[in-house]
Design a protein. Structure first.
Ligand SMILES: [Zn+2]
Length: 275
């Protein structure tokens, strides 16, 4: 190997090693003080303006690399690992902790500022999932954020949600209306709309007056907003996207009929309420 190339490679390696080390001891923190109201849908971090399609947000080989911030206790790590185990059991997605020189990973933080994530792989050095104390009480809450990071938005924002629920904007807290806007560019993974998805809001999420913000059109509230289990629909979406490449980017322009099995992302009640 030419000397210059070797020197260059060595320099890069040392730089990355030092950088990783700095991160691991928590000297790296550019995300201090986020306001919840600034987060889209309560727990979704703002996106980079140049990125608006989900198809390019999959994790390579379905593997999420992650690292815990240094103040996680072993007990706090457990719900993350539990979610990873369930994903490994039911999907082809795998989690693994980072090793030196890894780039492009989830940095789990546990600041008491709520739960939030970005949607999909961000093609950056790292991306944050924050899990405040309330989000660590239940591994399904953790799964909710991880599923965001896998590339899925909330269900009730799906382009076809109006076929299943009514959004009552008059009951939504001021400043939170954006949480309920319909997304037209979400993945269509050919999984039916499921109000019981762990990615769906409950009927009172972000209510300002105790009245419903989301009303199921068929009057069936069963399981809406639940955070007790990963639904089969959640699993199916992940498998279709990651294991079978069956999700197609859609821009909802299809007002065609026949898509009974079309549900884009799922949604769940939100972590802002879980701080
Ligand atoms: Zn969410």
């Amino acid at each position: 190997m030419p000397t210059t190339l070797f020197t260059f490679a060595t320099t890069i390696t040392v730089f990355l090693a030092i950088s990783w080390s700095a991160l691991s001891i928590e000297t790296y923190d550019d995300y201090q003080n986020p306001e919840h109201a600034d987060f889209i849908e309560g727990d979704i971090m703002p996106d980079f303006p140049t990125r608006n399609g989900y198809p390019n947000r999959k994790w390579f080989n379905g593997e999420i690399k992650y690292v815990f911030s240094s103040n996680f206790t072993e007990a706090q790590k457990e719900p993350i690992r539990q979610c990873c185990r369930e994903l490994a059991n039911r999907t082809c997605v795998r989690c693994r902790e980072t090793i030196p020189l890894d780039i492009g990973f989830v940095y789990f933080k546990n600041e008491p500022i709520g739960c939030f994530s970005q949607i999909g792989f961000q093609h950056s050095w790292y991306q944050i999932i924050n899990l405040g104390p309330g989000c660590l009480k239940n591994y399904i809450l953790v799964c909710h954020e991880i599923i965001h990071a896998l590339g899925f938005d909330h269900s009730h924002n799906a382009y076809n949600r109006d076929d299943y629920v009514r959004i009552n904007f008059e009951n939504i807290k001021e400043g939170q209306e954006h949480n309920f806007l319909k997304k037209n560019d979400t993945y269509d993974c050919l999984v039916p709309y499921d109000r019981e998805s762990t990615m769906h809001y409950g009927p009172l999420t972000f209510s300002k007056n105790g009245l419903e913000t989301i009303t199921p059109l068929d009057g069936n509230y069963t399981g809406m907003g639940q955070r007790k289990e990963l639904r089969q629909s959640d699993i199916d979406k992940i498998n279709r996207m990651y294991c079978f490449n069956n999700c197609t980017a859609t821009t909802n322009t299809t007002t065609t009929t026949t898509t009974t099995t079309v549900a884009t992302t799922t949604t769940s009640e939100e972590p802002t309420t879980i701080v």
